[in-house]
Design a protein around this ligand. Sequence first.
Ligand code: BGC
Length: 768
Amino acid sequence: MNIKEIVSKMTLEEKIKFCTGKDCWHIYELSQFNVPSIMMSDGPHGLRCQLGSSDMLGINKSEPATCFPTAVTAAQTFNTELIKEEGKAIAEEALSMGVSIVLGPGCNIKRNPLCGRNFEYFSEDPYLSGKMGVSWIKGLQSTGVKASLKHFATNNQEFKRQNGDSQLDEKTMREIYLKPFEMAVKESKPGTVMCCYNKVNGIHGSDNKTLLTDILRTEWGFDGLVMTDWGAMNDRIKAFQAGCDLNMPGANTYMEKKLLKAVKEGLLDEKDIDQSVERILTLIQSVMNLKKKEMNSAAHHELARKVAEEGAVLLKNEGVLPLNTDDICLIGHMAEDIRYQGTGSSHINPLQLPQLKDVLNVPYYACCDKEGAVTEDTLKQAKDLASKHKVAVVVAGLPDLYESEGFDREHLRMPEGHVKMIEAVASVNANTVVVLLGGSAMEVPWQNQVNAILYMGLPGQAGAEAVEGLLKGEVNPSGKLAETWPMTYDDVISKNTFGKKNTEYREGIYVGYRYYDKANVPVRYPFGYGLSYTTFAYSDLSVVHNEVRVSITNTGSVKGKEAVLMYVGNDAEGYHAKKELKSFTKVELEPQETKQVQFTLNDDCFQIWDKGWKVKAGTYQILVGSLSETIEVEGESVNIAADDWYVTLKGEPAREQWENLMGYKVPEFKEAVKGEFTLDNTVLEMSETSGFMRLLTKFVTWFVSRGVDGPKDMSNPTYRMMVTGAMDCPIRAMVINAGNIMNDNLAEAIVLIGNGHFFKGILKALGL
Ligand code: BGC
């Protein structure tokens, strides 16, 4: 394909059209130049390939595919090779369905445990998130299929996800939120990057030249294509200038006329459009000859089971596990309807879904319903059953409705019914084991009352089989938490700034364990925590030049795997974390076997952002397990000036302190009012002051909920996600998402009406 020649032969109109998708999942073909259309599908923990009627948010069924555990469980494996295999298996499924681009991985940081999409993200730690992303991409792309690294960047909450503003200082951005993306781009070269919905310091992801060109391409050397998240395009003119190539989903005419005008008037250089066309063609060229492949669904199911097993975290065990009796009973509705993945665009139609009730095949009682509700009577029956068996296994956690794309969690708690169920069973059976399912940290006030807790995250289609193997000891748990579990939500430092339309990242770099460690706030389970059926001893830590060595011995009586985490510590006073994860590996050891593990120290281990990456000279600790070695590092003398809070972490950071970090006075956020609304506002935002908008909300609700299965009310997570998403969808995005009924004129008309200019709006809608 002679790309330059093709571009030179295309008209401006053709080029503009080509830079918007053909439909929800395809890029246009250019038949006159023998350029085929190519297809993309969600990711990231399996393929959501919609060959029939398509939609963005997972309501219409997709082709059956292997549902791997979601990122929460994948990260807990601390096993990069396994995640690489997963990426490769997903690519094979993509190839079997003619898909060339898989929309994943999601490398956003878990800033706050209530983010509705945390289950789709790896960790609160940038290094772990980056390494997992790198491995997944390497595996996937080893087949020729391309990844789409998302959501670039600072997409850390679902509230106002399409027009909210993440406000953060550069150091925090670089060290925490951009780091996993930087690692993924540099180490695994994803074919595409997906920009975020939200604004970053006031500028939308799609229009953000600093992110999409200066950092991504110029600094990090990215040479692929940038596409929007679905409906994230803000200003198509600025987006071309920023380096945003492809507007998704397609089949819309968003800003086409304005683009033509802008080029004609010299406001937009046609070369910017040419460059995007070239990038799209380059991408097509790189995948157009991929061969169809048969997928091995049995092998992929096995792999999904392995990931679920290795990602399971044993949070507590006072001896009942592994089970040494057959006299067990099973309690909790999730045993017959396992919570194994999240709602939204990542929702997979699994090839199979064994249930724990059938896999274990022991006396069973549901006790609660799908949402977790119990009654006095069901609790009594659960107790009756539990008291008749040596061991009671209770399955509980976060129901679908608690966490989803499209909305955030309301609190950190499990359903009250689940808590009651666990407490009731534990009151009559001292050998109560809780199997926990859910995509993120939760409060577990009952933990002292039970004997064992096995946290599975969202373990994918083979989750039930994985639970069986782990409970029975056929597999030894080896997962470690990839996020801190706080005691209560009150302990979360971002609790007062999370979930606002303009989100001030006041805590700076103190995300997850970086905060709890330094602020000395006790947690329920720390980052990196996880038990095993055996025990490991760490010894002989040495640091010679840049080589760190440590010996790990299996001191127990069964074979096991241990994730070995190396942190670099800095206990001097100042604005930095006490310790940061800088490397990890996983070893398998027979009983009494010892293996030496090696890590290499490099600049990345000591670099901080201070108007550029700098190796900070000073004294550091190399921390592995409970061992520590002190080393001196040569480098620059860097003194980060930061207000008190960032050094002492006492109380909460005040706005002024955060502004000093930002380096400027951040304007107070003001919600737009009637007369000020723009295309970036939503129907919901305008409906408070406009009767017409209130009517429109009714229409939109009806429109989007037509295809939703199940109850059409907020008890149905899909309904809630669809309706919340549509209500709070910026008017501009309606043109993109519903290109068949919406156009720029109509969008502008709606805004005019929202601003109180009814007749002007009607004229606009009529094109007059
Ligand atoms: C999500 C993306 C997803 C896209 C396509 C969006 O709503 O944010 O993660 O890839 O839809 O389904």
